[in-house]
Ligand binder design. Sequence first.
Ligand code: UD1
Length: 426
Amino acid sequence: MSIEAFRIVGGKKIEGILKVEGSKNASLPIFIATLLEQGIYILNNVPNLMDIRTLIKLLESLGLIIEKLDKNSYRIINNGIKNIEASYELVKKMRASFLVMGPMLANGGKARVSLPGGCAIGARPVDLHLKGFEALGADIKIDHGYVEAETKSKGLRGSKIILDFPSVGASENIIMAAVKANGVTIIENIAREPEIDDLCNFLNKMGAKISGIGTGRIEIEGVEKLTPCNYSIMPDRIVAGTFIIASIMFNGKIKVEGVEPECLESFLMKLSEMGLKYDFDSEGLFIVKSKIEDMVGTKVTTMPYPGFPTDLQSPLMTLMCLVKGNSEIKETIFENRFMHVPELNRMGANIIVEKNIAIIKGIKEFSAAKVMASDLRAGAALVLAALKSDGETIVNRIYHIDRGYEALEEKIKFIGGDISRIKEEI
Ligand code: UD1
């Protein structure tokens, strides 16, 4: 059996602009929110990614009609939910599929959604989602691997919910359920990730009444009806962070278009602590003004937003390998998110993991090797390392990377990188 891989030859002269696409993690819940009301929606700045295609299949299976208008725009026609079951075959491919439960409950009062199961980076349960639906008055049953949820005769009713942990998915799912509930819902300790703000802004554009957006306490006054609208998705802050690291690794030869610094504060602060100097040029492009050889190691702990994002810990680790001194990354969000470490070590890195802490010792350069992407962000970390390696690296299992980085190889080729998509036997 063969599988797609990237063949990357490091050490090439790299120069140019990397453009950040629309946010995957904002697109997914916003697409799903179109289940809330019948009518026609247009979504723009949607990244052209495998995860979006997977989600479209799921939404089509529930009865939506989705037309691609161009590479990054879609028309979504909701003529009513025709099927209340999100199947295991579709949900297992992408955990965010579980978010269909909230809007289906809010709209039709019923949903049957497969439990997503674990994934490579951790167990990832959905207990917080379910507690939230129960607080809103839904009956929940688990049956043969599916969650069956149903509202009582009067539909969902507003309630106060305090999340045990600010889970991104649970926050989004509960918000979507609550926008059409009877009465007021207050959600405390809600996740504050910018993608949740984007979802709330979309919902408010449809006529929802959500206040407290961007704070840890959101108040939602339920409305009877929403109005479909057009919306443009925010830029992807994780892709922006990955490209910023590439720019640092190539001493500013890469400029990055589409960086929203207010969404990346903790990330940029950590990089500043490591010695990064940066600015925006007259065209709004992010420019690096320091040299990687002047940067030093630091300590990072991943946290819910506005703390350091877990999604940027693996790309940052690649950078940490190439700076002076020691660094430390403590992962607190997912229990198994260091699978890129043995792969980076195969490329000459010097990283030791003890429980949820990785200690990284600086090295001179990466040595090219055959490595394997174990998840989306781990894959990005390996591509970055390969670009700075001393020869030909093969990064296997790039289907992970295709889930979340739009046209990565074209973008890298465009700035002078030597990268091609090949088939590898496994
Ligand atoms: C989202 C992002 C993902 C990011 C993560 C953390 C999307 C599509 N994905 O994932 O890229 O890495 O946020 O920023 O937006 N948990 C529970 N019970 C629950 C829900 C979550 O225990 O009901 C735990 C998870 O196992 C995990 C932690 O909470 O350890 C964070 O998960 P969560 O914030 O829900 O992440 P996702 O929404 O899955």
